[in-house]
Design a protein around this ligand. Sequence first.
Ligand SMILES: NC(=O)c1ccc[n+]([C@@H]2O[C@H](COP(=O)([O-])OP(=O)(O)OC[C@H]3O[C@@H](n4cnc5c(N)ncnc54)[C@H](O)[C@@H]3O)[C@@H](O)[C@H]2O)c1
Length: 285
Amino acid sequence: MKTFAVIGAGTMGNGIANVAARSGLKVILCDVKPEFLARGLQAIDSSLNRDVAKQRLSDEDKNRIIRRIRTMTELEAVREADFVVEAIIEDADAKLALLAELDEITKPEVILASNTSSISITKLAAATRRPDRCIGMHFMNPVPVMKLVEIIRGLATSDETFAATRALAERFGKTAVEVNDAPGFVSNRVLMPMINEAVFALYEGVGTAEAIDEVMKLGMNHPLGPLQLADLIGLDVCLAIMNVLFDGFNDSKYRPCPLLKKYVDAGWLGKKSGRGFYRYDVSDQ
Ligand SMILES: NC(=O)c1ccc[n+]([C@@H]2O[C@H](COP(=O)([O-])OP(=O)(O)OC[C@H]3O[C@@H](n4cnc5c(N)ncnc54)[C@H](O)[C@@H]3O)[C@@H](O)[C@H]2O)c1
């Protein structure tokens, strides 16, 4: 494999492009607007600069990594890719349309992976004529730091596709864990209801955001409190995942907290928008 393509240059897409370029692959990074690509490249640059400052990476290596990444607004550019991961917004219709298009554009042997947090891989795969070569490749945020890649097998995913995807995750320095296709997989089936419950605790005035996060950090040994983590993930992403759990299980225990919906309606999406449960200086992102 030589060329790896990432669709979506947001929080996750630029992180995935970063680790792929670091592993020596040529990377095509696609998004719908040049400014989104510029922001993605800026995030990659900042992440690499942090490693240069810590002397984990030389300036020369950093420049070599950056040069491996080509940014494109035309999806046609992925025609030459040997493996594609999509990391666009968590919206089933948008992902289904994208996968159908990728199926047309890419070589038939290419694996189409989705970084979806919760949408059925089986359903996404059915939008293509190669469901055996579709798979979930769920990276964690921030991608360069987090070790896990949750690999999700859809109903038709072949053993060859699974093995190639696991090998790629390992090439990126990650640990792959295999799970089956179910709403939220394992990671978000367990994590998101906890975050949603923390939002309910805030909504009902059980504690301040700081108090809720302190309890979980000091009492449960979590490195981040659930509300801090929600801000890092993006509140729109959290809401989308809760909706997938709610619809997927038809169970009211997964209903998203009204306060989460209200924040998303207000555009308070967490760290990426400068405000969520906490306030952030957007200039240093
Ligand atoms: N944020 C997290 O912590 C996290 C963790 C794991 C997985 N995910 C998943 O990763 C995916 C991306 O999440 P994110 O947080 O990076 O979102 P984001 O909003 O930061 O970025 C999404 C990017 O996709 C682009 N985009 C939208 N439609 C597109 C299209 N048709 N073609 C090309 N680009 C398109 C947008 O312009 C945007 O730049 C989602 O499926 C999400 O559920 C997110």
